[in-house]
Design a protein around this ligand. Structure first.
Ligand code: ADE
Length: 238
């Protein structure tokens, strides 16, 4: 997969894309990252990419021209067709099924906006998938873009080793799209707390049953909405 990121702050991405699993995925040739500075595409002689909002109000609005030209230039760098994605708190909430679908695409072009917003005309013209990482507001789309990249890249074939497989993670198919069960490791006793006997029993069927029950109890207590969704699947929530 090719991932393009269009941002005003390329250096913010370097430590994240250059560490841990995201770095390993690129080294293994499963993904390539391409950072482009939107400012490099402005025709404004002072390097401006934003302006005051029509109608008044606080903050600045990202102008159409730099972003439009930047998208055109980046798309031309490679014939692979790009799926355009824009990070915005007004977008569709990011979910695990959505990440699974994005992981099947050959190329993502992620726009990490900044400022109060982006001129609606360029958003309409680019027609990106608009994605939110939750009902809270960050200072820009950079951290949300990194969240999206991490969630997608770890799903690419061959990125996680067998021991790290994403299949049983919370919200994933192997966890029935519920929260994960609790985990324990050595020692068998710590600060007077012991490990549930069943996990030491060697009885794999009993362990599976216990884990499934724990996952369901946890989900009912912490995220009753997920239990409800399982009973009444709702694709629009994907
Ligand atoms: N930009 C600012 N806040 C955001 C959010 N919650 N999700 C996606 N992009 C954002």
């Amino acid at each position: 997969m090719r991932i393009d990121v269009l941002t005003l702050f390329p250096p913010m991405f370097e430590p994240v894309l250059g560490s841990s699993i995201l770095k390993r995925a690129a080294e293994a040739g499963r993904v390539s990252y391409h950072l482009t500075d939107i400012r490099a595409h402005t025709t404004n002689k002072h390097g401006k990419v934003d302006d005051r909002p029509y109608g008044g109000g606080p903050g600045m609005v990202m102008a159409c021209q730099p972003l439009w030209d930047c998208v055109q230039a980046v798309e031309q760098q490679d014939p692979l067709p790009a799926t355009r994605v824009m990070m915005t708190p007004q977008g569709k909430p990011l979910t695990q099924p959505m990440c699974e679908r994005l992981a099947e695409l050959p190329r993502l072009l992620i726009i990490a906006g900044h400022y109060e917003g982006i001129d609606e005309r360029v958003v309409e013209e680019l027609a990106p998938l608009e994605i939110s990482i939750g009902d809270y507001v960050l200072s820009g789309g950079e951290l949300p873009a990194m969240v999206l990249i991490d969630a997608v890249v770890r799903l690419l074939p061959g990125v996680l080793g067998h021991d790290e497989s994403a299949f049983h993670d919370s919200f994933s198919p192997g966890a029935n799209r519920l929260l994960d069960h609790p985990h324990y490791t050595r020692p068998p006793e710590w600060r007077g707390k012991t490990v549930p006997d069943v996990l030491l029993s060697g009885d794999h069927a009993a362990i599976e049953k216990w884990r499934k029950q724990q996952a369901e109890d946890r989900t009912s207590q912490r995220r009753p909405d997920l239990m409800k969704e399982r009973d009444e699947p709702n694709d629009s929530n994907d």
